[in-house]
Design a protein around this ligand. Structure first.
Ligand code: SF4
Length: 386
């Protein structure tokens, strides 16, 4: 853990602004900052100031560990009943020849092909297909578990869950209980986008609302299913909208404690209805990670999703509050490569990921989905020069 006094000295010496100095003092004293103060950080703080403060919080919570896991992504379909303007990935049913629909056998064959691989998680998300419903997915998960009972099944965004529960005419609680009984262990954090109702109406008018998203996650937590939370940033939203989004998550986390990780997701502008918008800079990415880390005091982890921001920015983010870089995803995830990410074929082997973390001077830790340590790679020899 960093020396409090060293941090204080560097932060306070560098910072002439009284309000920012007060915020720094609060953070160093482990006092929660307000929404107003969070917004001030976005508006006034320099990258260096934010980095120091976020790094302090990050090291206090997680030392110099950087977590990753070994997982595979399965995207059953990109056919979707919704038409989110930022989405580069989905196709409407009427254009289904441009999309894909994996059969149950294709999905199960994929799982079988990893039979002897030491993966710990399968992450299943996709478009909201009108014909793939709650009972289809419950049965699919059961079959996945029959093949690999040891795999943690993290599946379905709140948007997919909302649709499948409504279509099956069950409550969120009943739907989640069915999925849990068939083997679903947790929920990913997608579909949150930005909670502000006005912006949500602009960018994804027809899918589940902010309060429905939060209700689904709250229900999952009550049923003992942990989840993650995301925030789509860098499009039409203001700093106030980002803070509002994080404040709603912070409040739910106070209530349930069921979130594992906060994952800021950068808006990418290729191949979607918002391509006229410029993407924010890498500096803004780092500033946003840092403010997230400082503001979300009751979230243990902040993740940089490397297939979305690229591995170099992911490495840099490890000094701006991030302690997790997701996993050794194979090329089955198309969500970000289709949206213009630097990572057109997002696959990293474990040794590449270990190297990436060591190059940033951190300690690579393989984890399972709920952050139990699978293996500590810090003693692994890595030639950082070649
Ligand atoms: S973001 Fe999700 S819900 Fe929206 S169109 Fe894309 S796949 Fe469908």
């Amino acid at each position: 853990m960093p020396e409090h006094s060293t941090y204080l000295t560097s932060l306070l010496e560098a910072q002439k602004d009284v309000e920012l100095r007060k915020i720094a003092q609060k953070v160093l004293d482990s006092v929660r900052i307000s929404a107003y103060e969070g917004q001030l950080l976005y508006e006034k703080a320099s990258l260096g100031f934010l980095g120091l403060l976020a790094n302090y919080v990050r090291e206090k919570k997680n030392g110099d560990k950087v977590y990753f896991n070994r997982n595979i992504h399965i995207e059953p379909t990109n056919i979707c009943v919704y038409d989110c303007k930022f989405c580069s990935y989905s196709r409407l049913l009427k254009h289904k020849e441009e999309g894909w629909e994996l059969s149950e056998n294709q999905i199960l064959d994929k799982i079988r092909s990893y039979q002897n691989e030491p993966i710990t998680e399968v992450h299943i998300v996709g478009g909201v297909h009108p014909k793939m419903g709650l009972h289809y997915f419950a049965s699919l998960i059961k079959k996945v578990k029959e093949i690999r009972p040891d795999l943690h099944v993290k599946a379905f965004t709140a948007v997919e869950l909302d649709y499948m529960c409504r279509k099956a005419k069950v409550s969120y609680k009943e739907g989640l209980e069915i999925l849990k009984a068939h083997g679903q262990d947790s929920l990913p954090g997608g579909g949150a986008e930005i909670f502000d109702e006005t912006i949500r109406k602009e960018i994804c008018a027809d899918k589940c609302t902010a309060s429905e998203w939060l209700e689904i996650h709250e229900t999952a937590h009550q049923l003992g299913m942990p989840s993650n939370a995301t925030m789509l940033y860098g499009h039409l939203e203001s700093f106030a909208h980002r803070i509002d989004h994080m404040e709603r998550l912070r409040q739910l986390q106070d209530k349930t404690g069921g979130f594992n990780t906060f994952i800021p997701l950068k808006f990418r502008n290729k191949g979607n209805q918002m391509s006229h918008l410029k993407e924010v800079s890498r500096i803004e990415d780092l500033r946003n990670y840092a403010v997230s880390r400082i503001f979300m005091d009751n979230f243990n982890h902040v993740k940089a999703y490397w297939p979305m921001i690229g591995r170099t920015t992911a490495q840099m983010s490890l000094n701006f509050g991030v302690d997790d870089v997701d996993g050794t995803i194979d090329d089955t995830t198309k969500i970000y490569s289709m949206a213009g990410s630097e990572e057109q074929s997002p696959a990293l082997t474990t040794s590449q990921l270990v190297r990436l973390i060591k190059e940033a001077g951190r300690r690579p830790i393989e984890r399972d989905t709920v952050y139990n340590v699978v293996k500590d790679y810090s003693k692994e020899e890595v030639d950082l020069m070649h």
